[in-house]
Design a protein around this ligand. Structure first.
Ligand code: SAM
Ligand code: SF4
Length: 476
């Protein structure tokens, strides 16, 4: 029996289906671009100007190996200039895998009777959060199937529960959400619980494929309701939204253009583009059999990440533990700005599952289940600053204000110091000896490079406080 009525399909004011399949397909079938055209687009991107869909298509149609190498190099450079060498770390927490949808690619789909169903209660959520805090996590994303049980009030309650858990020096300072699209009132309820980003992935922007993957008898079968999901979030005042496509359902080149259309649409209508883009590739999942036709190879995957970086210079790119460690390592250089680490996606997996994955209890199989400490050690060894920073949304630097990123000096003044402070907290409170040694060396190297002056003096003083006292959460 349902406690809550299923919300009606409400749309944002002036909602439109802004994906024109024929127009996007025609952009993909244009001529092979001339080197000069490609270089012009790369130059525009390096000037930190978002690309149009047609310009993105030009990069998508580029196949010449030398030009591809130039493209990768431009993506690496842009990433360094916009984001510096920080990588933001988070962990997903699956709250419930009941689902009324029947997405062909997902083990949680309702027709999959082999899946073990479970929804965590608030006590169980507390236990999972405590385990995550003991690892050193500060940022979580809560993940839900689509079910009347996971209504907006329930989601908001879960968020409050997460923030209430404090174990030793541990606390979760930012909770993001990946859940079913809501109506405006639902988003408002969830926003009031102080969330960071609300993510909804379109999965595929291609209408025909969308209809094949999401049966019409399900809520997710409504393409426009989903495409409009984050516009409603904006109407509800959530200016921090994440879009995504599930790569492997249709032509990756089309999906890249779809993502760019979506980003530009949000930018035009609300004055702010998406905060993040996710680009999961389909993984093996219990009882899932998809044709290989649109499978994305590693080489294509690298291209699409580089193109996204170039197309939307100020949008964070999230690469998840679906991908194996070596590939993740390589892709960090092309523009990925956030990764999850120490990830378990079985319901209750942070306390109940050992080292091996339990496929009957998860949505799909992961490619990387290394502990947070190991991922972090690799990052610092490779010269990245692991960041558990949550400062921006807590001081209101979201949405349009977040675009201050565009102002030169923002990273130097805020992001790098905050990344170093949160990394120092981790090293002091949670790291293994090997990670601590490698991390402290990285911090020393970064400080040596840091411009002398009052900011550096204050940063050094705060780092010392973290070393010598129990004071924490010292952000700029
Ligand atoms: N149920 C909500 C929804 O569908 O929007 C919440 C998110 S779902 C639990 C998280 C995401 O996992 C989906 O949006 C989809 O892109 C991705 N996903 C589903 N099946 C997958 C698979 N077999 N491999 C990789 N990612 C998958
Ligand atoms: Fe349900 Fe989301 Fe899986 Fe679709 S992707 S079956 S909506 S959990």
């Amino acid at each position: 029996m349902r406690d809550y009525a299923v919300p009606q399909f409400e749309l944002s004011k002036g909602a439109v289906d802004f994906i024109d399949d024929a127009a996007l397909e025609s952009l993909l079938t244009g001529d092979t671009p001339e080197p000069a055209q490609v270089r012009d687009v790369l130059a525009k991107s390096l000037a930190k100007t978002p690309l149009t869909v047609a310009e993105t298509a030009l990069l998508v149609r580029t196949t010449d190996p030398d030009l591809l190498e130039e493209m990768f190099e431009a993506a690496r450079r842009l990433k360094r200039e916009v984001y510096g060498n920080r990588i933001v770390l988070f962990a997903p927490l699956y709250i419930g895998n009941d689902c009324t949808n029947d997405c062909l690619y997902c083990a949680f789909r309702r027709s999959n009777l082999a899946e073990i169903r479970r929804s965590l209660n608030q006590e169980e959520i507390r236990d999972q959060v405590a385990a995550l805090e003991r690892q050193g996590h500060k940022r979580l994303i809560l993940v839900f199937g689509e079910h009347p049980r996971y209504h907006a009030d329930f989601i908001a309650e879960c968020v409050r529960t997460v923030y209430s858990v404090k174990v030793g020096p541990g606390e979760i300072r930012r909770v993001n959400i990946n859940a079913a699209p809501q109506n405006v009132a639902g988003y408002r309820t969830i926003k009031a619980a102080r969330i960071g980003t609300f993510q909804v992935f379109q999965e595929t922007y291609h209408h025909e494929t969308y209809a094949q993957m999401h049966p019409p008898y399900t809520r997710k079968g409504n393409y426009l309701y989903r495409l409009d999901a984050l516009s409603r979030a904006q109407e509800a005042g959530i200016d921090d939204v994440g879009i995504g496509a599930l790569f492997g359902l249709y032509d990756w080149r089309f999906e890249v253009l779809g993502l760019v259309c979506h980003a530009l649409h949000l930018q035009e209508r609300y004055g702010v583009g998406p905060h993040t883009i996710s680009f999961p590739r389909v993984r093996p999942a219990l009882g899932v059999r998809l044709p290989d036709r649109w499978k994305v190879s590693d080489a294509e995957f690298k291209r699409l990440v580089a193109i996204l970086r170039l197309a939307v210079p100020y949008t964070g790119l999230i690469l998840t533990a679906r991908e194996p460690p070596e590939l993740r390592r390589e892709l960090l250089g092309f523009g990925v700005s956030q990764i999850d680490a120490g990830t378990r996606i079985e319901l209750g997996g942070y306390t109940e599952c050992g080292d091996a994955q339990v496929l009957e209890r998860e949505q799909f199989e992961l490619g990387d289940i290394r502990p947070l400490d190991e991922v972090l050690r690799q990052l610092v060894t490779d010269g990245y600053i692991p960041s558990l920073c949550t400062a921006c949304y807590r001081v209101g630097r979201t949405g349009e204000h977040f675009m201050e990123f565009a102002i030169p000096g923002f990273i130097k003044r805020f992001c790098t110091p905050n990344a170093l402070l949160t990394a120092a907290e981790y090293l002091r409170d949670y790291a293994s000896p090997a990670t601590r040694a490698a991390g402290e060396k990285l911090i020393a190297d970064e400080l040596a490079r840091f411009e002398e002056g009052p900011l550096k003096n204050e940063l050094v003083a705060r780092l010392r406080k973290i070393q010598e006292s129990a004071e924490r959460d010292l952000y700029f």
